[in-house]
Unconditional design. Structure first.
Length: 168
């Protein structure tokens, strides 16, 4: 049995193009050895799971409405409640989610993103979810998520953000 050696870089792997080295090598297995099936359908379904740990995402009622606590906007409120403002940085989560969900890996359907807050709330992010570009709209979406435990698409009943029940 012989196999063809192929080289690829990250961009070519995502597009499915490989460089053929036109060299073959023989693999010898002992008789009766079990081999893992490696057809293309198995290779195409490999998914990278990304879990963002320790995300600072906490809602509080300031004035008449609930907001996500941020060190830039709510430093006085955090100091009054004896909390360190440096720990409240939801903008980091916002940038991470924007970069991950805009990546070619996600567009190819090979990325699954989760994040866990400091309060031990695990959230699953659908690959079809489009995170708001502005930070204020992102905070509004996260308040809705933390209070309703699910965010659905406007035009369908598809769940875009889901709080996982098993890890709360």
């Amino acid at each position: 049995m012989s196999r063809r050696v192929c080289l690829c870089d990250y961009a070519n792997f995502l597009s499915g193009r490989f460089l053929d080295m036109s060299e073959e090598y023989d693999t010898v297995a002992p008789p009766g050895a079990k081999r893992m099936k490696t057809d293309e359908s198995v290779v195409q379904k490999r998914i990278l799971y990304v879990v963002l740990e320790g995300c600072s995402l906490e809602s509080a009622k300031i004035g008449k409405e609930y907001v996500i606590l941020c060190s830039d906007k709510h430093a006085n409120f955090l100091r009054k409640n004896k909390k360190d403002p440096a720990e409240y940085r939801p903008d980091i989560l916002h940038q991470c989610l924007l970069n991950l969900l805009d990546s070619p890996l996600n567009r190819a359907g090979r990325l699954q993103v989760f994040f866990r807050t400091n309060k031990n709330v695990l959230v699953q992010v659908s690959p079809q979810c489009r995170i708001p570009r502005t930070f204020d709209r992102f905070c509004g979406l996260m308040v809705q998520l933390l209070h309703k435990l699910v965010v659905r698409a406007a035009d369908s009943s598809q769940k875009l953000l889901t709080v996982s029940e098993h890890y709360c």
